[in-house]
Design a protein around this ligand. Structure first.
Ligand code: NAD
Length: 497
């Protein structure tokens, strides 16, 4: 590395990807960069491993996945330390992230059989002599492409579901956090040494592109909306199905009967945790007029206590600092006011907590993903106006509502995949709830039952149980039998409901 190296910026040197800490520039580790041939070779190895892994059945996979879970629990300090060393994330945040990953791994391992396993379905009249069977079969090899902001839980979510469903994985971690990604593959290999069921391949975006075109049977992508579109286009070439977990601009609504202090505490956490580098981070608040002043005051008081370099870690991706500064400056230039922080809050590699009010709706701070510890608070007439403004973005990932009487009704009206009522980000802590967005935040679901089904194909089988009394699906049926079928149908469904 040269003296001009920007701390945190990935460097490729002589076939190695070198990862550095964004706060100190210290090397976190290095991994070999994969070329297209290496990616295809990894997928071929995975294809053979997938056959073995699928053959273990749900019970064989469950025990191995639970062993991996236990390894993660036993070495949680090591994992948190590694994510801290590589991305700069505070240790406590890294620890809680690992806890969330364990939750998803445990849930997927324990529930895959029930959700995906073979079952009988009820016979229907047209083919009454046949029984129906449904099961969910794995795709084969799933390519997982991950971001850097939550390098443990964002890949472990889809990896858990895909592995539990019986797929092998080739994982392309973000170039900003390859060492954490490699740790996941290495520790999995410690508990499943027989075959390369989970492999990591490393490099910049082109390696992700190569993975999309490598012959994988499905791609699970988590990252920005702009890249999601490129991934979908690459996958379209071979009709490879995709699940896309993209960006967000989540809103929190504070209704008139909210506990204002609790709402402020949760807003500050939701906006500032991981220095705001959270896909489901709260970036906008809409507070109704009667509670607005108290809410702003409480947020400023609580956010003002956070210290950069302590609770607020560095911005992991150096070029994001310019975007955060641009958004703050745009908000201020258009008439917004900083009640905490401001343009000077951006001091590379840190951004101090910034709270903005009176920011116009057309400002980038309201419309685009900022991905920093900033929060806008907008005064609204009532919950209806709050919902309208909250939904007025192409994104639709998560969201939050604080209130009592109407909170759940408001939550249902938010255009998003998840909403926390009287909390923020909490839905990510439940392994049995699906996770995913609408609109520019992507489609498909990870986590929960839907997340397991995302990584399996529904397979329908009918089995003849006896001769047909009223044969319908054969040329050998007689006109009289057709009449009898119609008669039976009238008996069953002919009456007005
Ligand atoms: P990014 O889109 O820059 O990169 C994500 C991954 O895609 C990286 O591994 C990168 O190397 C790879 N990539 C880049 N170009 C590619 C291409 N042409 N083809 C295939 N792969 C390519 O995103 P990021 O900066 O790492 O992550 C931050 C973004 O991720 C934010 O927008 C955030 O909201 C989003 N995110 C979403 C979720 C979610 O679950 N919805 C979770 C975490 C982060």
């Amino acid at each position: 590395m040269t003296a001009t190296h920007v701390p945190g910026l990935p460097v490729i040197d002589d076939g190695w990807l070198i990862s550095t800490n964004p706060a100190t520039g210290a090397e976190a580790g290095r991994v070999p960069v994969a070329d297209e041939k290496a990616v295809v070779a990894a997928v071929e190895r995975a294809r053979a491993a997938a056959v073995w892994w699928q053959g273990l059945g749900f019970d064989g996979r469950k025990i191995r996945l639970l062993r991996w879970r236990t390894l993660m629990v036993q070495r949680i300090e090591e994992l948190a330390e590694l994510v801290h060393k590589e991305s700069g994330k505070p240790l406590a945040d890294g620890t809680i992230e690992a806890v969330a990953a364990v939750e998803h791994l445990d849930w997927a391992a324990r529930h895959a059989k029930k959700v995906l396993g073979p079952r009988r379905v009820r016979t229907r009249i047209l083919v009454a002599e046949h029984s129906g069977h449904l099961e969910y079969q794995p795709y084969g090899v799933v390519g997982v492409i991950g971001p850097w902001n939550y390098p443990i839980v964002t890949p472990v979510g889809p990896i858990s579901g895909a592995l539990a469903a019986g797929n092998a994985i080739v994982f392309k971690p973000s170039e900003y956090t390859p060492i954490v990604g490699q740790w996941l593959a290495d520790t999995f290999a410690e508990v499943v040494p027989e075959h390369p069921v989970l492999q990591a391949v490393h490099g910049l975006g082109d390696v992700g592109g190569a993975l999309c075109r490598s012959g994988v049977n499905k791609v699970s992508f988590t990252g920005s909306t702009a890249t999601a579109k490129k991934v979908m286009a690459a996958c379209a070439e071979n009709l490879v199905p995709v699940v896309l977990e993209a960006g967000g601009k989540d809103a929190l609504i504070v209704d008139a009967d909210a506990d204002v202090s609790a709402a402020a505490e949760a807003a500050v956490w939701g906006a500032m945790t991981n220095a705001g580098q959270t896909c489901i981070g709260i970036e906008r608040v809409y507070a109704v007029e009667p509670v607005y002043d108290r809410f702003v005051e409480a947020v400023v008081e609580k956010a003002g206590k956070l210290r950069t370099g302590e609770e607020i870690g560095p911005i992991t991706m150096p070029k994001q600092l310019d975007i955060i500064r641009d958004h703050i400056e745009d908000a201020l230039a258009k008439g917004g006011k900083a009640v905490l922080g401001g343009a000077e809050a951006v001091q590379a590699p840190f951004v101090a907590p910034t709270v903005l009010v009176d920011v116009p709706d057309d400002s980038s701070e309201i419309r685009e993903e900022t991905f920093g510890p900033t929060l806008t608070i907008t005064k609204v007439r009532d919950a209806d106006e709050a919902v309208e403004k909250a939904n007025d973005t192409p994104y639709g990932l998560g969201g939050s509502v604080f209130g009592k009487k109407n909170a759940i009704r408001i939550a249902r009206r938010l255009r998003s995949g998840m909403v926390a009522v009287n909390g923020t980000l909490t839905f990510v802590g439940m392994g049995n709830l699906p996770f995913g967005g609408v609109g520019e935040s992507g489609f498909g679901r990870i986590h929960g039952e839907d997340g397991l089904r995302e990584f399996a194909r529904a397979k329908a089988i009918t089995v003849r149980r006896g001769p047909s009394l009223l044969p319908a699906m054969t040329f050998e049926r007689t006109p009289a039998q057709v009449q009898q079928i119609v008669k039976a149908l009238r008996l069953l469904y002919g009456r007005k409901p």
